[in-house]
Design a binder for this molecule. Sequence first.
Ligand SMILES: CC(C)(COP(=O)(O)OP(=O)(O)OC[C@H]1O[C@@H](n2cnc3c(N)ncnc32)[C@H](O)[C@@H]1OP(=O)(O)O)[C@@H](O)C(=O)NCCC(=O)NCCS
Length: 173
Amino acid sequence: MLRLEVIHERHRRAYLEAAKEFFDQPEPDADFFYELAHDDFTEVVRRYHNRARGIDLPPAYAQEYKYLLMDGDVVVGRGGIRPEPNDEHMRSHGHIGYVIRPSCRNRGYGTAALTHLLRRSAELGIREPIIVCKPDNHASLNIIKKMGGAFLDTVTLPDGSTRTRYHMPESKP
Ligand SMILES: CC(C)(COP(=O)(O)OP(=O)(O)OC[C@H]1O[C@@H](n2cnc3c(N)ncnc32)[C@H](O)[C@@H]1OP(=O)(O)O)[C@@H](O)C(=O)NCCC(=O)NCCS
């Protein structure tokens, strides 16, 4: 069963196993923390915690509570909740993001991840979470629609690419 955990030194081995999949086959939607983990896992932990506190944010980043998605001792992916994205973040990333490691896809983890992250975002006081998706990300769109997401709009980013945005129904905390 899936659960959210805040990253800790004890996750080092499991995290590196998940990171290896992205390191071997980089994906645009997987963040660079997976690459950094091979050189300095302690630094990864520090940056996750700083993101959650809104400290040392790179210019294009919003404060974000980041979680490992765990099934037993296995890191199946990671998720994040941005409680107060500015307008730019709201167009490009929205309130919630998540990635499932390639070897764990198509087994229901993505759907379970969004269910947990919506519940946690309600606990954080986010009433109308917005999820942003690339228009050709069919797996993600499938999950959003299955979970009752309502189309909000399509936006164009500064690099000319487009994103579709969905309002998710309010979860019970
Ligand atoms: C999107 C993502 C999280 C889905 O994770 P997952 O664990 O495979 O998701 P699930 O197994 O819960 O469900 C995926 C659903 O999409 C369907 N699906 C998978 N690939 C698909 C595709 N190429 N086209 C259409 N549907 C697809 C599956 O059949 C499943 O539908 P079902 O529940 O009706 O059977 C995963 O592909 C991923 O990490 N992608 C990269 C990061 C990303 O896109 N994150 C979302 C950002 S908004």
